[in-house]
Design a protein around this ligand. Structure first.
Ligand SMILES: NC(=O)c1ccc[n+]([C@@H]2O[C@H](COP(=O)([O-])OP(=O)(O)OC[C@H]3O[C@@H](n4cnc5c(N)ncnc54)[C@H](O)[C@@H]3O)[C@@H](O)[C@H]2O)c1
Length: 306
C-alpha cells in the first residue's frame, strides 16, 4: 500500500484531502500539531502523528513512513498574526516548510504538493483575473513565506530532484472551515445567520473575492499529484463575487437579518480574482462547484452540525 503524508491534515482543507486519499487506497499519515486543526476532523483510518513541522524530529516521521506523495498544508494561516510576529510566522511557514521539504527529499518522495496562496501573492494587481505570470509582490510576512517556499521548492528540484507543484489557492470555503479571518467569511456569515445574528461587513461590501469550494481544491491537489507536470498554478474560479453577494446568498439559504456595515479593513484589496487557465491547460483542472451551489452545501453542513 502506498503512503501519502498530509501535513496540516487535521485542518479544514487537509481533512478533506485525507478523506480523498483514503478513498483512493493510500495509507494516509497526518502530521499536525492540532494548533488549529482537530483529530475529530479525521476519519479513523487516517494515522495521526501529532508533531510540529518546525521541530527537527519531524524528519523521523518521513524516515519511518517513506511516503510516495507529500501534501504540505500545515501553516500558521492568520495574516494578522504574521504581521504582529513575523518571526513566529516564519518559524512555522518557512522553517517548518524547509523541514518538510527535507523530509520529502531524504525519504525519496515522488511528488510534493504545496498549498500556496494566490491572494497573498499578488498585491493590488492591475490585471484581474490575475495569472501566475503577474509579478508576485506579497505585502505580509505570511505571503512572503509562501513565496519563499515556492523558491525553495525550485531549489529542491535542482539540488535534490524533488518534483513539486505549488497551488496558489483563492479563498477556499466549505464544510469544517475555521471561523477566523477573511478566508472564513462564508463560514463566519453562515454561523451568524444560523444564530439569527447579522453579518458584519467591513467597508461597503463591494470588495470582490474568488471563492473556490474545498472539494475543487482537493481535486486540484490530486490532479497535481498524479500529473507528470510541475510548477506553480493558480487554483480559483476566475469569477469575482462581492462580499455583499455572499451575504445575500447565505441569507437566502440560512435566513438571518440584514448585514451590518463597519469601517473598511485597513489595507484590504478591492479585487482579488485568480486566472486559473494554466491549471486547466496543464493539469486538466477546472472548478466544478459554483458559489451558489457551494454556499448551499456549506450552509447545509453548518445547519446539520447544529
Ligand atoms: N483557507 C484558505 O482560503 C486558504 C487560501 C490560501 C492558502 N491556504 C493554505 O492552505 C493550507 C491549509 O489551510 P486551512 O484553511 O485548511 O487552515 P487550517 O488552519 O484549518 O489548517 C492548517 C493545519 O495546520 C496545522 N498546523 C499549524 N501549525 C502547525 C505546525 N507548526 N506543525 C504541524 N501542524 C501545524 C493546524 O493544526 C491545522 O490543522 C495552509 O497552508 C494555508 O496557508 C488556505
Amino acid at each position: 500500500m502506498k503512503t501519502a503524508i498530509v501535513t496540516g491534515g487535521g485542518g479544514f482543507i487537509g481533512s478533506h484531502l485525507v478523506e480523498a486519499l483514503l478513498e483512493r487506497g493510500f495509507r494516509t499519515v497526518v502530521i499536525d500539531d492540532l494548533s488549529t486543526g482537530s483529530a475529530a476532523n479525521l476519519p479513523s483510518e487516517a494515522v495521526l502523528r501529532e508533531a510540529d513541522v518546525a521541530e527537527p524530529d519531524v524528519s523521523r516521521i518521513f524516515a519511518a513512513e517513506r511516503p510516495e506523495l507529500v501534501f504540505h498544508l500545515a501553516a500558521q494561516i492568520d495574516l494578522r498574526k504574521s504581521l504582529l510576529d513575523p518571526a513566529a510566522d516564519a518559524r512555522v511557514n518557512v522553517i517548518g516548510s524547509l523541514r518538510v521539504i527535507a523530509g520529502a527529499c531524504d525519504s525519496g518522495a515522488k511528488k510534493f504538493i504545496f498549498s500556496s496562496s494566490g491572494g497573498a501573492a499578488y498585491h493590488d494587481p492591475s490585471v484581474v483575473p490575475t495569472p501566475e505570470t503577474y509579478p508576485a509582490g506579497p505585502v505580509s510576512p505570511y505571503g512572503a513565506a509562501k513565496m519563499a517556499v515556492e523558491l525553495y521548492l525550485n531549489g529542491a528540484r535542482h539540488a535534490r530532484g524533488l518534483r513539486s507543484v505549488a497551488l496558489r489557492y483563492a479563498n477556499v470555503y466549505g464544510p469544517r472551515q475555521g471561523l477566523k479571518g477573511e478566508a472564513g467569511v462564508i463560514g463566519l456569515f453562515t454561523a451568524k445567520a444560523l444564530r439569527g445574528e447579522p453579518a458584519t461587513v467591513f467597508g461597503d461590501g463591494e470588495q470582490v473575492r474568488d471563492f473556490v469550494y474545498v472539494d475543487d481544491v482537493v481535486r486540484a491537489n490530486l490532479s497535481a499529484a498524479f500529473s507528470e507536470q510541475e510548477g506553480i498554478f493558480n487554483i480559483g474560479t476566475g469569477v469575482g463575487t462581492s462580499v455583499n453577494r455572499i451575504a445575500e446568498l447565505i441569507r437566502r439559504q440560512a435566513g438571518g437579518p440584514a448585514s451590518l456595515y463597519g469601517p473598511p479593513a485597513v489595507g484590504e484589496e478591492r479585487r482579488s480574482v485568480l486566472d486559473a487557465s494554466a491549471a486547466a491547460r496543464v493539469l486538466g483542472w477546472k472548478y466544478a462547484v459554483s458559489v451558489e451551489e457551494g454556499v448551499k452545501r456549506t450552509v447545509d453542513w453548518f445547519r446539520a452540525r447544529g
